[in-house]
Design a binder for this molecule. Sequence first.
Ligand code: NAD
Length: 463
Amino acid sequence: MTQLAVFNPANGQQIANLPADDTASVVARYTKARAAQGAWAATPLALRNACIARFRDGVVRELDTLAATMTHETGKPIRISRNELNGLLPRLDFFMQEAEATLTTETVFSEGPMTEQIQHAPLGVVANISAWNYPWFVGCNVIVPALLAGNAVLYKPSEYAAMTGLAITRLLHEAGVPRDVLACLVGTGSVGAALLEQPVDGVFFTGSVATGHRIAQAVASRFIKLQLELGGKDPTYVCEDADPKSAAESLADGAMYNTGQSCCSVERIYVHEKIHDAFIAAFVDTVRGMRSGDPMNEDSYIGAITRAPQLDVLEAQVADATARGATLLLGGQRMSGPFGGAGNWFEPTVFSDVNHRMVLMQEESFGPVIGIQKVSGDAQAVQLMNDTRFGLTAGVYTPDEARARTLLAQVNAGSVYWNCCDRVSPRLPWSGYGDSGVGLTLSRYGIQAFTRTKAWHLKKAPP
Ligand code: NAD
């Protein structure tokens, strides 16, 4: 059997060798999922909901161990791993609370012998190909509503979070989800590609734009549901009436949280010229105070870079920005990290005097690197915020709500923030413009995404 070697990116040590899938096992899991889906869809929603409730209990019971596993395989600081698991609980609660109202068949007309109903039928067997950066969030955003809606799920976690993927699957099986209704496919992209060759009824992908293109091409000839949650280059504008210190503290966290490896990390900052210098001073101060260290230490805030090749991307962005005249205020290099040079580490890095000719302001960094650009006012800020092929989130800092609403209405982004950033709510849809993807998860629309709306025209026979 093929194996998947798992390494701890913080110290480079191998931590597991997992049995992996191959084409034959993917076909077998698909066949079993197809056979099992009908009975699962016919299970009363209350029983499916009860499985998710027991799954939630399992997450709570094992939270510390699950957080440690995630930290070992991704290099995420342990506090951030626990935050993710604690943040998962209200998402599960939301899905359980909303499932019935969202999934129950609606009678929209009833007169004489005629009745019209809308059924929210499951899609069937769906594929979930997932990313590593928030493996519990992005995995469960798909798996949980898909199961509640009556689908079978073939789940391919990232090869950089496969142990977490196996833990999610185990806990759902222990909670009562039949083994054939949810299967975890372990392996690299080739296992994901083998999954796409199966006649699944929907593909739900979270990951990079490059893989998103490959996936869209792989399923292009089939008329199936395709959702792509991709990267971002998320901008924020700090107006001259904002408090520079509190905006800087909030945005430094938005840029550096999870070591900058969030799809909705703040990746571009535009600051009004009147407060630019004060903002820069407070921002650099805040970032300087962020502790990097062994991700298992409680006080570590900056962890490892999960994928080693990303170090080259960060280095190239730094070199390009420097060559084009940006001012390097902090960091800028790989660092040896807490394990004597082992593992993948990069200094928290801050640039000012950046512009849109620099790759740093065009392409996703997905690391602890940020560019700050001075702007003359609202019109320039809006023009620069929209000068991107992405559109996941965008924000404005100002005490003036009307001004923020006017600005944010002009920005092309799936989520917009006033005086906050890097925030996801289960109650609100998560979607993007442009290369940030198509479709959505979360909110009640993120439950309906796993259904097909089927129209029922029902006429009683004359007596
Ligand atoms: P990735 O594209 O490298 O991998 C994602 C998944 O695709 C993995 O499971 C991988 O094994 C699989 N894969 C790779 N090649 C494949 C192929 N040819 N066919 C099928 N599957 C294949 O992305 P990543 O590094 O895991 O994730 C980082 C990216 O994800 C960033 O760009 C980030 O912004 C994005 N992301 C977006 C969101 C969102 O909600 N929009 C959330 C989290 C992460």
